[in-house]
Design a protein around this ligand. Structure first.
Ligand code: C2E
Ligand code: MG
Ligand code: MG
Length: 754
């Protein structure tokens, strides 16, 4: 008995151990009959599917296939069928099994045929719940797909729609909407809501705008998720619960889209459920991931928009830049063909901006530009485009100008712009006055290209500047002609230097006292193959603008120095050749090298050269200019100030500049004998110049009376048609000869010639 009892006890212990093991297995085990009936299930299996445990009677719990997802039945059947015949385990197979409460459980199953084992008598299926793993895998795949959309630069609305659809596909009875906040964070708008009525979304938007406390409003402000399990009974939903219920929404879950860069919220991912309840863990994860991806998509879009804004706008003023202006102009020109209206371009350049910028500093200059931009914007009509073209240049695109009076309308707009700009600015405690010059160009026919229009307006602006600034000019054919001529002249002038078409004429400069020659001014001429002799007034300005003045000036210096060297022997001791130097040559800062080279090549003595510069040169960048002048003077070359009295500089200015002579402008000399005021000025200049140890040259002397006046006020030197016009060297031989360096002996003296 004792032995039997002990054996029974051992058996009982073993049974208990087995039962305990089976009941606590992580894997679920079911035994199924050849017909697919579940004969036995472990407690884990019962819990996994929400089934009751079998009562041990051997009666089937349920047919397995009914619990399988329809899409998974075939594959599962195939695997089980192979289990009938195979020995050992078959599988694994993945399939969805419905839980008693209706949701699907993904399982991974292995099957083993134990039909012949009398203790089992069925197929043993061992299953693991892999829902979480598969969910995570699917979630990763969705996330990757959507991120790829973002990376490919698919339009934002499309990406958001895919996100909403991905969420809706995760479960039945869910509808999703993605709302985005405006950039200023004030308004929330639905951007993607593939399965929701527009009317519903409108109402939700209104609820948000009016109350601001609507569900997603709350969650956005707190940047926290909000879950309303029962819309009907939730106080926070009182504002829109009626709307929600009417649309079949019973639960409402909101997740904010949070910026990964800043603290701000970008919008919200809203999920509306048909049935009351909270999201499952899987749904929570899905919403979190999709909200993140949506935020990434939104930020990328905003970043792109910012980049494209930057590439099309001026960073300082925020105005459209040249590129955007061009774009808008292209479209405006296309549109105006349909609307039979006209398009005008205004080109505006600030007057005196450089002085203010240099004088008050660049920060002040920037501020001026910003204020100017705002004033321009407020002076144009709504719909007109104001752009910053560069530096202190602005352009305005005026559309829909009336066809009959486009020019007049554009002129009126220009008047308004000019008035707006000329209002004083208070800057750094002072009042600053700016002006502007405006050029107007109207598209005259459908052929007009955007570039032409801007160029024409620019040309007209240039004319406005030349006509005294602070005004507007409309581009016309005459301007076009002038532009074309200038263009032709420019290229011809290039060739002229290469082909040796330039000539130097010389005009004697004489001592007022005895009319002996003290020098000659070299004046350039262009022997044009068709136009004949062209005077410098027609090409020096152009050469200055195009930069050709440097080559031209270099040639003039060499040529004049060479001539000075030739005259050297017979000439009086002080005799010097005067050469005109352009402001541009001085500004470049290398004049000492150019002059040094001319002296070297020609072999001329430096004291035989005098350089003439105009007063306006001295107004610009004084220190740098004075420095250049000093370097050139160190070579032994003299300087005089040309056209004195026509610029802005005062007599007081003279002492700051290292020069040797002043040339009083012709306009004063011609008025010497008629206007007593001018005589006084000239006499004062002579007095002051002498006090500063400078010689005075009177330009443009044409009559003996003028000469007499100059003698009376003790002017040193004179130059003018009365003595001799500018002439080629050959024609001057009679004056500049070994014996006679006196103009009074020259034949033809006093003849007026140019
Ligand atoms: P500027 O240096 O003041 O030269 C004097 C101008 O007055 C010359 O004109 C001369 O022909 C003219 N003139 C001389 N005497 C009389 C007179 O009695 N009555 C009148 N009405 N005019 C007189 P031009 O040769 O046409 O030169 C004009 C300007 O062109 C020059 O004015 C000078 O500023 C510039 N220029 C001439 N040659 C050169 C050059 O080689 N380089 C540069 N940068 N400028 C030059
Ligand atoms: Mg001169
Ligand atoms: Mg002059």
């Amino acid at each position: 008995m004792t032995e039997r009892k002990a054996a029974e006890e051992a058996l009982r212990r073993r049974d208990e151990r087995f039962r305990a093991l089976v009941q606590n297995l992580a894997e679920a085990i079911v035994v199924i009959s050849p017909d697919g009936e579940i004969l036995y299930n472990t407690p884990t299996a019962a819990a996994m599917f929400g089934d009751s445990e079998p009562d041990g009677s051997g009666r089937a719990v349920a047919p397995l296939f009914e619990k399988l997802h329809p899409d998974d039945r075939d594959t599962t059947a195939t695997v089980l069928a192979s289990a009938w015949t195979a020995s050992g385990t078959v599988g694994p197979v993945e399939a969805r099994v419905r839980h008693a409460d209706g949701h699907w459980v993904w399982v991974e199953a292995l099957a083993q045929n134990l039909l012949d084992d009398p203790a089992v008598g069925g197929i043993v299926v061992t299953m693991r719940d892999v829902t979480e793993r598969l969910d995570a895998e699917r979630l990763n795949a969705r996330q990757a797909e959507i991120l790829e959309l973002v990376a490919r630069g698919v339009p934002l609305d499309e990406t958001l729609e895919s996100i909403a659809l991905a969420l809706e596909a995760s479960d039945t009875g869910l509808r999703c909407a993605i709302f985005l906040l405006d950039e200023d964070g004030s308004t929330l708008r639905a951007r993607a809501a593939p399965s929701l009525d527009a009317a519903f979304l409108d109402q939700v938007e209104v609820a948000q705008a009016v109350r601001g406390g609507c569900l997603y409003g709350v969650s956005i402000q707190d940047r926290a998720s909000t879950r309303v399990a029962d819309v009907e009974n939730e106080v926070a939903c009182s504002g829109c619960s009626a709307v929600a219920l009417a649309n079949g929404v019973r639960a409402c879950w909101s997740t904010p889209l949070a910026s990964s860069i800043s603290e701000e919220a970008l919008g919200a991912l809203m999920v509306y459920a048909h049935a009351p309840g909270l999201p499952s863990q899987a749904q929570e994860r899905l919403m979190a991931v999709l909200a993140d991806v949506a935020a990434i998509a939104v930020e990328r879009k905003r970043f792109e928009e910012r980049l494209s804004h930057q590439s099309l706008h001026d960073p300082l003023t925020g105005l459209p830049n040249r590129t955007l202006f061009h774009d808008r102009l292209v479209h405006a020109l296309e549109r105006c063909q349909r609307t039979r209206s006209e398009v005008g371009v205004l080109f505006l350049d600030l007057d005196r901006f450089k002085q203010v910028n240099d004088g008050l500093g660049h920060d002040a200059g920037d501020e001026l530009l910003v204020v100017t931009a705002q004033r321009l914007l407020s002076a144009v009509r709504p719909g007109d485009t104001v752009a910053r073209f560069g530096g202190d240049e602005f352009t305005v695109l005026c559309e829909d100008l009336p066809a009959a009076s486009a020019g007049q309308s554009a002129a009126e707009i220009s008047e308004r712009l000019l008035a707006a700009i000329s209002e004083p600015h208070s800057l750094l405690g002072t009042e600053v006055f700016l002006g502007a010059s405006v050029g107007i160009a109207i598209a005259i026919d459908t052929e007009t290209s955007p570039d032409d229009l801007v160029r024409d307006a620019d040309v007209a602006m240039y004319h406005a500047k030349q006509r005294g600034k602070g005004r507007w000019e409309i581009f016309d054919e005459a301007m076009r002609e002038r532009v074309l001529t200038r263009h032709a002249t420019d290229s011809a002038l290039h060739r002229a230097i290469e082909r040796g078409e330039l000539r130097l004429f010389y005009q004697p400069i004489v001592a007022v006292a005895d009319q002996s020659c003290v020098g000659a001014e070299a004046l350039v001429r262009w022997q044009h193959p068709e136009r004949g002799l062209v005077l410098p007034g027609e090409f020096i300005g152009l050469a200055e603008e195009t930069g050709l003045i440097h080559d031209l000036g270099r040639w003039v210096l060499r040529e004049a120095a060479t001539q000075a060297a030739r005259w050297h022997l017979g000439a009086p001791e002080d005799f010097a050749v005067s050469v005109n130097i352009s402001a541009h040559q001085l500004a470049r800062g290398d004049l000492d090298e150019v002059v040094g080279e001319a002296l070297e090549v020609s072999g001329a003595a430096p004291q035989r050269i005098c350089l003439e510069i105009t007063e306006s040169v001295l107004m610009d960048d004084t220190d740098a200019i004075v420095e250049v002048i000093r370097r050139v003077r160190d070579l032994g070359v003299r300087f005089s100030i040309d056209d004195f009295g026509t610029g802005y500089s005062s007599l007081g200015y003279l002492k700051h500049f290292p020069v040797d002579a002043v040339k009083i402008d012709r306009s004063f000399v011609s008025a010497l004998t008629s206007d007593s005021g001018d005589a006084t000025i000239v006499s004062a200049v002579v007095g002051l110049a002498h006090a500063l140890d400078l010689k005075v040259v009177a330009e443009g002397v044409e009559t003996p009376e003028q000469l007499a006046e100059l003698v009376a006020i003790e002017c040193d030197h004179a130059q003018g048609f009365y003595f001799s016009p500018p002439q080629p060297v050959a024609d001057l031989r009679r004056i500049f000869s070994r014996n006679r360096w006196r103009v009074s002996d020259a034949p033809g003296r006093g003849r007026r010639r140019r």
